[in-house]
Design a protein around this ligand. Structure first.
Ligand SMILES: Cc1cc2nc3c(=O)[nH]c(=O)nc-3n(C[C@H](O)[C@H](O)[C@H](O)COP(=O)(O)OP(=O)(O)OC[C@H]3O[C@@H](n4cnc5c(N)ncnc54)[C@H](O)[C@@H]3O)c2cc1C
Length: 458
């Protein structure tokens, strides 16, 4: 068996892993990135392909251009169950629909030019642990056969399967098993349609629990005639399979069903929850879906994966400067992520559970009466806060009267309070690994208490 020695080995070259490879180029470290796919399937996991422009600026990554940019997005249309209520969210050049494969390949080529070794068609099978310490991963490569990649730091960026992480010793705190209901299963098709899409620069999101319970369905134009259409459904509650719903329900719609050809179809799981309680352990880092760094409300994970990669790159450089690769030496990733994006994710996880209990009637009126207007959405997605402003309370009171459900107002106030508490718990993430157990216990208690108070049935 061949053995390759590196400082860092990144397993999985999707948005998380290839962003990290790109960010570590020029760091002076010997970095290897491995993925089981070939060039044609880099970043090949099914996705809606939508990403906010801000993620590229924030993380120092090139904006998509040329073939990698399929559509500039200037806004979103959010539809109520009846589709009579529409919220129009506008923001010029707010985001993009990308060609994931082309963008991912561009990052890998840049990383490779600067000295990062990229091994495609190379499948990692398990971590290598010697004397209780993680020293690398075992892999099978089409080119080299059985290979052992040895490294000071092993990064699991293998997506929601967590191929390396779930094979680490169970007693390591990095191993976690969240409930199924914290995940969504999503299916999407990329199709060519036989008509011109109106306003291709607007993505559409449809909330309807009869079609996509615990999630939503979407229509994202990729130019005039091509669209990425799909739906996500909460797992663990016996809801129908999204691929079947697509074929039986969405295909009957005139806008969806008029397909000339299916360019690609696939489904996958998405973690829609708070991040894992730690993203690091001795000689180990998890980023991206493997560490649940995804927006719990809309399930967008590419941008958060890039953010996690940036913090991981900073932490790795710091660990090599200090020569400390223990959980303590890598703790900087937790501090950087949990106290910022992680805190927002934790708050949004509270809101996510509440939204997953709403009926179509409740969603209908919330959208029709503008409960989720631009101001609220900016505050929720920007800061992870649901602010009880006088104008918001006025709108809630109106909806509560229309629905004849006085308890809804009290529930929303509770949701807002627990969002604040969850965020503040994550902002106070422990300074070092010794505080982890106590902190994680407080997090679990907070979520349990919240579920009891609001009546979350899962
Ligand atoms: C249907 C659907 C729609 C979505 N829509 C959007 C959207 O519009 N916008 C958005 O931002 N997010 C969206 N998401 C979420 C987004 O796709 C993920 O959050 C994102 O891809 C996570 O990136 P990642 O690098 O962590 O994981 P992945 O993209 O899953 O990449 C993991 C990589 O690891 C490789 N790998 C796995 N196991 C091994 C192994 N053993 N050895 C070697 N390599 C391995 C895989 O081949 C893959 O390349 C969607 C998800 C789904 C399922």
């Amino acid at each position: 068996m061949r053995r390759f020695d590196y400082d860092v080995v990144i397993v999985g070259l999707g948005p998380a892993g290839s962003s990290l490879a790109y960010m570590l180029r020029g760091s002076g470290l010997r970095v290897a990135g491995i993925d089981w796919v070939g060039e044609d399937r880099v970043w090949g996991k099914p996705c809606g392909d939508a990403i906010s422009a801000g993620h590229f600026d924030r993380n120092g990554l090139p904006h998509p251009s040329g073939d990698a940019l399929m559509q500039v997005v200037d806004g979103a249309l959010v539809y109520s169950p009846s589709e009579e209520g529409v919220i129009r969210l506008v923001g010029e050049r707010a985001g993009y629909i990308i060609d994931r494969n082309k963008y991912g390949l561009m990052l890998l080529r840049e990383a490779s030019k600067a000295g990062v070794d990229i091994y495609l068609r190379t499948r990692a099978s398990h971590p290598v642990i010697e004397a209780g310490r993680l020293v690398g991963v075992r892999a099978t490569s089409e080119k080299f056969g059985e290979v052992e990649f040895r490294a000071r730091v092993v990064v699991d960026a293998t997506g929601s399967g967590g191929a390396i992480r779930r094979k680490l010793p169970e007693e390591w705190p990095i191993v976690e098993n969240p409930p199924e209901t914290d995940f969504v299963v999503a299916y999407r098709r990329i199709v060519e349609l036989d008509y011109d899409i109106d306003e291709p620069n607007f993505i559409r999101l449809y909330f309807n629990v009869d079609i996509a319970p615990g999630g939503y369905w979407w229509f994202f134009p990729k130019g005039r005639r091509i669209a990425n259409i799909g739906l996500g459904v909460q797992l663990g509650r016996g809801f129908p399979n999204p691929a079947a719903v697509y074929k039986e329900v969405l295909m009957k719609r005139a806008d969806v069903g008029r397909e000339v050809r299916v360019i690609n179809e696939a489904g996958a799981r998405i973690p829609t929850r708070r991040p894992s309680k730690t993203m690091v352990w001795d000689n180990f880092i998890a980023i991206g879906d493997s560490a649940y760094t995804v927006d719990p409300i809309h399930g967008g994970g590419m941008g958060y994966a890039m953010t996690a990669a940036r913090y991981a790159a900073e932490t790795i450089v710091e660990a090599f400067t200090n020569g400390d690769f223990t959980a303590r030496g890598l703790w900087g990733l937790n501090l950087r992520y949990m106290r910022t994006t992680g805190a927002k994710q934790a708050a949004l996880d509270i809101l996510r559970m509440f939204l997953q209990t709403l009926s179509n009637d409740e969603i209908e009126w919330a959208i029709r009466k503008g409960l989720a207007g631009m101001e609220e959405i900016e505050s929720v997605f920007g800061e992870g806060e649901l602010k009880m402003t006088p104008s918001f309370l006025d709108k809630v009171s109106l909806v509560v009267r229309l629905l004849g459900k006085p308890m809804l107002l009290a529930k929303l106030i509770t949701v807002s309070e627990y969002m604040r508490r969850a965020k503040s718990l994550y902002m106070g993430y422990p300074e070092d690994p010794r505080g982890l157990d106590e902190w994680a216990g407080r997090v679990e208690s907070l979520y349990d208490e919240y579920k009891r108070r609001v009546g979350i049935p899962f």
